[in-house]
Structures are given as C-alpha cells and as structure tokens.
Ligand binder design. Structure first.
Ligand SMILES: Nc1ncnc2c1ncn2[C@@H]1O[C@H](COP(=O)(O)OP(=O)(O)O)[C@@H](O)[C@H]1O
Ligand SMILES: [Mg+2]
Length: 284
C-alpha cells in the first residue's frame, strides 16, 4: 500500500503544481526559441501529430582508452513517445548508464544524433544544455545523490534555486513536492536521518520539483528493499499517469514488469524492444 496517498498528496497535486509556471523559467530567459509543440504549421482543429519526446538515431559511444577502445553503444536507434514508461534493461556493462547519460544531455554521442523534443541537442551550448536539464528533465540515481548535512527541504529546493526562483515560492513548491512523495513530515530532517527508501523519495521530490515532463532514473531501486522499491515505483506510476514520460534503467525483472515498454540492451545494442502496455493506458 502506498501510505502517502492521503491528504498531503492530494493537496500537493493541484493542477497548478502539475503544469509549468512562468516562475520556474527564470534562468531560462535566454534559451533559444523552440518550435511550437506538434511542429510549426500543425493544422488547427486536428489532433496534434505525436512527435517523439526522445529520438535516438544511430547513436554510438566509444571511449578511447589509448591501447584500445571501449564501444559502450554500438548503434542505438530508439524513439520514445510522450507519456510512455520505458524500462531499459541489460546486464552490467551493457551500456545502460551510457545511454541514460546521453538521453539526459549529460554526455554526447560519438556518432549519430539525439533529438529531445525534436531538437538536435548538439545544436545547444553548455549553458542551454544545463538549462534544459534543469527545466525539462528530472534525474533520479541509484545512490540518491542528496547533498549531505543539508536538510531535506533545502535539497529539494536546489533545482529551483538554480532556476532563479524566489525563496518563498521555492519553499512552497518544495514542500508540495515532498508531500507528493509522502515526505511532507520530513522537511527538516538531514539525509543521514532518513532510511534509504525515504532518501530516494526525497530525491524523487527533488527531481520533480521543477515540474519536468521527462523523468530519467538510473537503477533508482538498486539500493532499496522490496517495500521501498514498491513505494518508489508507485510514485513513478503516478507521475506517468500525470502525463510525464518516464525512462527507468534497471536490471531487475520485477522492476521492469511495472513499465509499459521494455528495452533490453546487450553489448551496446538493442536486443529486444517490447510493448507491454499501451502508452496511453494507466499503469495499475
Ligand atoms: N567514462 C568511461 N570511460 C571508459 N569506459 C567507460 C566509461 N563509462 C562506461 N564505460 C564502459 O562502457 C561500457 C558500458 O558501461 P555502462 O553504460 O556504465 O554500463 P551499465 O550501466 O549497463 O552497467 C562498460 O564496458 C564500461 O566499462
Ligand atoms: Mg549503470
């Protein structure tokens, strides 16, 4: 059972909280103009053409180690539609994190193209990429990556501080995000005072506080017991039901079974790409 689906969660997910607000854009003022969703010239009155939110085209990634080259990705082509919940599976060393880093604009391909919302990210400079990561992508990692000796609320406020949001608004948004993951009563705790599962829920709150349409999670349940794993997966399912796209890396079958689509990597290649649940269906 998910404990936090009581009143504090309901209070946190008002419509205001689900949709981007001008305030969050703060630092984004200098971002380049983007085409309208659905593409310029999409005819009015017709359903929008569904452009993939992620499009990976013939991507390779090699690491030159001097004497030899590690070919971490050997030609990945992959589209992800808005609202999908994709599990990327594969054994250790199969290239999952390398792919995730490219999807998250943390790294660039050696060859091939990566389009985020239809735009080739190689056309962006470092500042724009940082801005895209801050506003459009929520990251969750296996090791939580909370700032130590820093209270929960301050950890969650951090992305909003980077975005230039004023203090009071920051606090309000961070508290709502914490409430939405059932951690509203842990705002003043330090990470060291929380269990692993609780720390990961705080990390999820931090990932969603800017209201990003895309959540990227690299083995988010890798350090959690089964109860906490369940809690975190339930939150991801809820976020997905709100319309967010989720890409989750895992090597656990039980975790992948909770996704709408499962992609399996072997030695830097996609060996399987299986649709389990339609994109627009709600996960239970
Ligand atoms: N920065 C790096 N430098 C050199 N080799 C790397 C680097 N990052 C990853 N690799 C290698 O690329 C391959 C894929 O790694 P990774 O994407 O981390 O796999 P996974 O996340 O599936 O365990 C591995 O062989 C790994 O050793
Ligand atoms: Mg990895």
């Amino acid at each position: 059972m998910s404990r936090w689906r009581g009143s504090d969660r309901a209070a946190a997910t008002t419509r205001r909280d689900r949709h981007p607000r001008p305030g969050v854009r703060g630092a984004a003022a200098a971002a380049p103009a983007r085409p309208a969703p659905g593409g310029a010239g999409a005819p009015a009155g017709r359903p929008r053409q569904r452009r993939p939110v992620l499009s990976v085209e013939g991507v390779t990634k090699s690491y030159d180690m001097g004497d030899f080259t590690v070919r971490a990705l050997r030609g990945i082509t992959l589209q992800v539609e808005r609202g999908d919940f994709v599990a990327i599976m594969g054994s250790s060393g199969s290239g999952k994190s390398t792919l995730m880093n490219i999807l998250g604009c943390l790294d660039i391909p050696t060859r091939g193209r990566y389009l985020l919302d239809g735009i080739d990210v190689s056309s962006y400079g470092d500042d724009d990429l940082a801005d895209i990561r801050n506003r459009r992508i929520g990251f969750v990692f296996q090791s939580f990556n909370l700032v130590p000796r820093t209270r929960t609320i301050a950890n969650v406020e951090l992305p909003l501080a980077y975005a230039g949001m004023a203090r009071a608004a920051r606090r309000r948004r961070a508290l709502a995000a914490l409430a939405s993951v059932g951690m509203g009563n842990r705002a003043e705790h330090l990470p060291s005072e929380l269990s692993g599962g609780q720390q990961q829920r705080v990390a999820v709150a931090r990932a969603i506080v800017t209201n990003p349409p895309l959540i990227l999670a690299d083995e988010p349940t890798g350090n959690l017991d089964s109860r906490s794993t369940d809690d975190v997966l339930r939150i991801f399912a809820d976020l997905n039901a709100e319309g967010r796209t989720v890409v989750l890396i895992t090597h656990e079958d039980e975790v992948a079974q909770r996704a709408k689509r499962v992609i399996r990597l072997t030695d830097g290649r996609i060996m399987e790409d299986r649709r389990v649940v339609p994109v627009r269906e709600r996960l239970t």
